[in-house]
Design a binder for this molecule. Structure first.
Ligand code: NAD
Ligand code: DAU
Length: 358
C-alpha cells in the first residue's frame, strides 16, 4: 500500500469505509468516489476529511468524464472498486439500479482506468481491484464442497447476476487488454458501520426498539460470516502480493445458520443492553415468508489465498459478534439518523407483505 495513490469507489459504505479507516494511513493518498446513495454516509468518514492525503468526492461511478478527470488529476495508480448496489431484497424489488451501478458502473470504471493506464505507458505497478461476492456462485446443498475459484458461476438474484456480469467484464479486460486487474469474491461480512437493512444490524436495532425479528423461511439458510476487518486485510494482501489476472476467494471458515445468529444476538442484547423494551429478546423472533430465490447455503474454500498469500481470518465469530453488538449499542448517533422516512418506507414495503408490523 505504501506510496500508492488509491481511488476507492464506494468508500462511504460499509466495507469501503472500514477499508479506508484501516488502510488509508498506509497509502500516499486516498481519494473516495461515492454517490452517497442511501447506503453511503459522509459522517462515517468525518474523522478523515481534514487530513491532507484524503479526499471524498461525491459522484457517480457511471459518470465517465468525472472518473477520467479524477484518475488524471490525482495521478491515481490503484483503483479499489467497492461501489455497488448491495442488498439482495432491494434487487428483487427494483433490479434496474443494480444493472446500472454494478454492470454499467463497473464498465465505466474499467474503460476510464484502461485509457488512463495506456496514456501513462501501461505501468506495471497499476492495479484495478474489483471487490465481489460469493453469491455469484449460486447456492450449495448441505453436503456440497465449498465454492472455490474454479466453481462455475450460477447467480440466482438480480444482485448476484449483476455482480457476476461485472466480474466477467473485469476478467475480459485482463485477457483482452492486459489491464492489471484482480478480483476478490468474499462471503458475508459483519462489523461496525453496516447499514441497518442487513441481517445483523437489522436484528440488533429491532431488539433495541422492541420490534419483531423477521427470520425468512425456516431460518436454516447458512452463510459463511467474516469480520469486515478481516475482509479488508485480505483485500490489502491481494493488492500487495497477487499477480494481475488472479481471483481469490475470501471467507471466514465460519458457516452459521441464520436462526442461530438471531438467537445469539438476542442473548448478547439481553446481556449487554439496558432496559430492553421486550426481554428476553428471543420473544421477538418471528418466522416470515421466504425471500424469493433465497440461496440455501454459501461456503468459501480459502485454500488458495491461505497457501499463496498467507492470509487467514483473525476474528473468531463469538468475539466479533460481541464486539459488533457493543458497537451498535455505543453508536446510536451513527445509526439513528439512518432510520429515516425513506428507510421506514422501504421497511414497510418489504416487511408488511410478510408480517404484521409493530
Ligand atoms: P454498501 O451498500 O454498504 O455500500 C455501497 C457504497 O457504494 C455506498 O457508499 C454507496 O453510496 C456507493 N454507491 C452505490 N452506487 C454508487 C454509484 N453509482 N456511484 C458511486 N458510489 C455508489 O455495500 P458494502 O456491503 O460495503 O459492499 C461493498 C462491496 O463489497 C460491494 O461491491 C459488494 O458487492 C461487495 N461485497 C459485500 C459483502 C457484504 O457482506 N456486505 C460481501 C462480499 C462482497
Ligand atoms: O454473501 C455475500 C453477500 O452477503 C453480499 O454480496 C451482499 O452484498 C450482502 O448483502 C450479503 O447478502 P445476504 O443476502 O446474504 O445478506 P442479508 O444480510 O440480506 O441476509 C443474510 C441472511 O439473512 C440471508 O439468508 C437472508 C436472511 N435474512 C435477512 C434479512 C434482512 C432474514 O432472515 N431476515 C431479514 O430481515
Amino acid at each position: 500500500m505504501n506510496n500508492k495513490i488509491i481511488l476507492i469507489t464506494g468508500g462511504a459504505g460499509f466495507i469501503g469505509s472500514n477499508f479506508v479507516h484501516q488502510w488509508s494511513k498506509h497509502s500516499a493518498k486516498t481519494i473516495v468516489l461515492d454517490a452517497l446513495t442511501y447506503a453511503g454516509n459522509r459522517a462515517t468518514l468525518a474523522d478523515l476529511e481534514s487530513q491532507a492525503n484524503f479526499s471524498l468526492i461525491e459522484g457517480d461511478i457511471c459518470d465517465a468524464q468525472l472518473v477520467s478527470q479524477i484518475l488524471a488529476e490525482h495521478h491515481v495508480d490503484t483503483l479499489i472498486h467497492f461501489a455497488a448496489e448491495s442488498h439482495v431484497d432491494r434487487s428483487i424489488a427494483g433490479p434496474a439500479a443494480f444493472v446500472q451501478t454494478n454492470v454499467v458502473g463497473t464498465f465505466t470504471l474499467l474503460e476510464a482506468f484502461r485509457h488512463h493506464w495506456e496514456a501513462q505507458g501501461k505501468p506495471d505497478h497499476y492495479r484495478f481491484l474489483h471487490v465481489s461476492t460469493d453469491e455469484v456462485f449460486g447456492s450449495l446443498g448441505p453436503n456440497d464442497p465449498a465454492f472455490s475459484e474454479v466453481t462455475s458461476y450460477a447467480p440466482n438474484s438480480p444482485y448476484s447476476a449483476s455482480k457476476a456480469g461485472s466480474d466477467h467484464l473485469v476478467r475480459a479486460y485482463f485477457h483482452t487488454y492486459g489491464l492489471p486487474t484482480l478480483i476478490t469474491n468474499c462471503s458475508n461480512n459483519y462489523g461496525p458501520y453496516q447499514f441497518p437493512e442487513k441481517l445483523i444490524p437489522l436484528m440488533c436495532l429491532n431488539i433495541l426498539l422492541g420490534k419483531s425479528l423477521p427470520v425468512y423461511g425456516d431460518g436454516q439458510n447458512i452463510r459463511d460470516w467474516l469480520h469486515v476487518e478481516d475482509h479488508c486485510s485480505a483485500i490489502a494482501t491481494v493488492l500487495g502480493q497477487a499477480q494481475p489476472g488472479e481471483t481469490y476467494n475470501i471467507g471466514g471458515n465460519n458457516q452459521v445458520k441464520n436462526i442461530d445468529i438471531v438467537e445469539q444476538l438476542c442473548d448478547l442484547m439481553d446481556e449487554l443492553a439496558e432496559n430492553l423494551p421486550v426481554s428476553p429478546a428471543r420473544k421477538l423472533i418471528t418466522f416470515v415468508p421466504d425471500r424469493p430465490g433465497h440461496d440455501r447455503r454459501y461456503a468459501m474454500d480459502i485454500t488458495k489465498i491461505r497457501n499463496d498469500l498467507g492470509w487467514q481470518p483473525s476474528y473468531d465469530f463469538a468475539t466479533g459478534l460481541r464486539q459488533t453488538v457493543g458497537w451498535y449499542l455505543d453508536n446510536r448517533d451513527w445509526w439513528q439518523p439512518l432510520l429515516s422516512e425513506d428507510y421506514q418506507r422501504y421497511y414497510s414495503e418489504l416487511y408488511a407483505e410478510r408480517m404484521a408490523l409493530d
